[in-house]
Design a binder for this molecule. Structure first.
Ligand SMILES: Cc1cc2nc3c(=O)[nH]c(=O)nc-3n(C[C@H](O)[C@H](O)[C@H](O)COP(=O)(O)OP(=O)(O)OC[C@H]3O[C@@H](n4cnc5c(N)ncnc54)[C@H](O)[C@@H]3O)c2cc1C
Length: 104
């Protein structure tokens, strides 16, 4: 087998994002990605809700919450540059428990 500089196991969104970053940053390096399925993104990445979360459901002081807006801006730029359609539709979250408390 040929030698490679970087090996990625798993062709979901994370593995593909890492692969994309490595090939952009280090174009002369050899990067290999191994995926156990026939096609990329066949597991969680291809079966999620397809939403760019704003992070409002995570703990407000978590890294996830802080990174969500930046991630969304980067993804929007990426989609625009690559001609990938995405829609800013907004999202309504209903706090059922809070409504019940208010009615008491
Ligand atoms: C129901 C649901 C809804 C979701 N909705 C959203 C959403 O709206 N927005 C959002 O941002 N996130 C959402 N998520 C989360 C998001 O889908 C995951 O965080 C993301 O897909 C994880 O990507 P991943 O690359 O880490 O994992 P995966 O997509 O699971 O990729 C891992 C890959 O590794 C491969 N693999 C595993 N072991 C091996 C091995 N030994 N050799 C070779 N290949 C291997 C697998 O076949 C797979 O393709 C949702 C998750 C769920 C479950």
């Amino acid at each position: 087998m040929e030698s490679v500089d970087y090996t990625i196991i798993g062709g979901g969104v994370i593995g593909l994002a890492i692969g994309y970053y490595l090939t952009q940053q280090y174009p002369s390096a050899a990067t290999a990605l191994f995926e156990r399925n026939k096609y990329l993104g066949e597991e969680q990445s291809g079966r999620n809700s397809g939403v760019l979360d704003v992070g409002h459901l995570y703990r407000h002081d978590s890294l996830k919450t802080r990174l969500c807006p930046k991630r969304n801006r980067m993804l929007a730029r990426f989609a625009l540059a690559k001609g990938i359609a995405y829609f800013q539709m907004g999202k309504m979250t209903i706090a059922e428990e809070a409504i019940k408390l208010m009615k008491k």
